[in-house]
Design a protein around this ligand. Structure first.
Ligand code: C2O
Ligand code: CU
Length: 493
């Protein structure tokens, strides 16, 4: 089996220098605006994309593109998205980071069946879970997901969330940005317009014919878990894509830019840095985290980004001489997985942006406010005769509720792990209270919805469980770990 790098090198003539311009996902226009509601329509369908030069890659895309179109919403306006499923499998859409009523949150068994494939519930492994979930809501062909978006401005994303099939579905392309904007953010002089770049970073491997190489899936779309080590650990590619393009280049004027970084990889973690670092100062000014603006900016030489985490970073390219090529590198990678993308500092330009000392108001939650401390252990183990990823020794079941927070209560959740597990809670945002018994490091600040656990290190998060009553998932966002059982439920009462 050849790596994607070898595959590229075998192409004659090799595009040299290999220069793909950074694609920016199309912003989806609403089909209707009415009162305080905006309506969008998306078709989930098969398509092909030229990701590697000269090769055609079959994808599953929202509107046939990878990444899907970017949805842009105003905080407080209701966004409804009509999703039509023209794919050959049932799907589920989850708005990651959205404060969403349970019926629209994309619960793992709330399937939308393919258009015209009446009764095709048996396509794939989720039939098992569906049949055992008395609360599952199955829809034929299409449905509306309605998002009230009573939340602050933030970089959210939407992706498939089907039980034990999320990994392969997202790997084939089912992911897109959903940006929420509000007045607080509008009033700040942050870089905007084409100086605001959403960057969806993910890794993929390719077969010789250009198709994505995903282990443990056969061509009838059945997963064959447990047969391949690389599946069990989480699927990692051998080349990094940004907005669906390998090793792209963005020409940037020598001014401040806002990079909305999302790690949409199934399993890969990154440590992002700039090479060369800017003269005189740290590379990144972090202005936001998963759930929006920080209270105050923080500077970093590098940022660790686990699957599903977002970092809102300002980079001042004005500190580099015009003509500099600046590489966004991944310090946790090697060879092709060490290079993420390049910025070419193209010309001098006026800079009308600034980074204020105060960005937003965040109410810090205190330990004393918590009514309960709960503990969850995220570890591998055996499920029958095959390897599974478990929470407190148990694989996901839609009928088992692991926690019942009272609506409005503040709780501390304490996590321990055997390996790296990026843990995501639906519905709520949280603050990291401690890591390994200490205050969280400089990267753990702000309002989060996903936190990476380090092997053997306890992490405490504190959250107010408000918003809606109902059943929600929490899980590891290594998507193969999730598919292999590392997911639980909480129910706000
Ligand atoms: Cu990004 Cu439960 O998912
Ligand atoms: Cu995990």
């Amino acid at each position: 089996v050849r790596s994607t790098g070898e595959l590229l090198a075998s192409q004659v003539p090799l595009p040299e220098p290999f220069r793909v311009p950074l694609p920016v996902p199309r912003v989806l226009q609403p089909v209707r605006r009415e009162g305080d509601a905006d309506r969008y329509e998306i078709v989930q369908r098969e398509a092909t994309a030229e990701i590697l030069p000269g090769l055609s890659t079959p994808i599953w895309g929202y509107d046939g593109t990878f990444p899907g179109p970017t949805v842009e919403s105003r905080s407080g306006r209701t966004t409804s998205v009509h999703h039509r499923n023209e794919l050959p499998v049932p799907t589920v859409v989850h708005l990651h980071g959205g404060r969403t009523p349970p019926d629209a949150d994309g619960y793992a068994t709330d399937l939308v069946l393919p258009v015209g494939a009446a009764g095709n519930i048996h396509n794939g492994p989720s039939k098992h879970m569906y049949m055992h979930d008395p609360d599952a809501v199955v829809t034929m062909g299409a449905r509306d997901y309605v998002y009230p978006l009573r939340q602050r401005a933030a970089t959210l994303w939407y992706h498939d969330h089907r039980m034990d099939f999320t990994g392969p579905a997202v790997y084939r392309g089912l992911a897109g940005f959903h940006l929420v904007r509000d007045e607080v953010e509008d009033a700040l002089p942050l870089p905007h317009g084409d100086r605001e770049l959403p960057l969806m970073i993910c890794d993929r491997s390719f077969a010789e014919d250009g198709s994505f190489r995903y282990p443990s899936i056969d061509n009838t779309l059945r997963t064959v878990p447990g047969v391949d080590e690389s599946y069990v650990e989480g699927v990692m590619g051998d080349v990094i894509l940004v907005n669906g393009a390998p090793w792209p280049v963005a020409e940037v004027p020598a001014t401040r830019h806002r990079l909305r970084v999302l790690n949409a990889s199934n399993a890969r973690r990154y440590e992002l840095a700039l090479d060369p670092p800017p003269p005189g100062g740290k590379a990144f000014t972090q202005i936001g985290s998963d759930q929006g603006l920080l209270a105050a900016p923080r500077t970093h030489e590098s940022v660790p980004v686990a699957p599903a985490e977002r970092f809102d970073l300002v980079v001042d390219f004005g500190r580099y001489p015009v003509g500099t090529e600046v590489t966004l590198v991944n310090r946790l990678g090697s060879g092709p997985t060490e290079r993420v993308m390049r910025f070419l500092v193209a010309r001098r330009a006026e800079d009308d942006s600034a980074i204020p000392a105060l960005l937003s108001e965040i109410e810090p939650l205190e330990r004393a406010q918590a009514t309960v401390t709960r503990e969850f252990a995220f570890r591998g183990g055996l499920m029958g005769d095959r390897h599974g990823w478990l929470i407190d020794g148990q694989p996901f079941s839609p009928t088992r509720i692991d926690a019942r927070p009272r609506l409005g209560d503040v709780e501390i959740w304490r996590f321990v792990a055997d390996l790296h597990h990026p843990i995501h809670l639906h519905l709520v945002n949280f603050q990291v209270l401690s890591r390994g018994g200490h205050a969280p490091g400089p990267h753990g600040i702000g309002l989060k919805d996903t936190v990476d656990l380090n092997p053997g290190e306890a992490v405490e998060v504190i959250a107010r469980f408000d918003g809606y009553r109902g059943r929600y998932m929490f899980h590891c966002h290594n998507l193969e770990h999730e598919d292999m059982g590392m997911m639980g439920n909480f129910e706000t009462m």
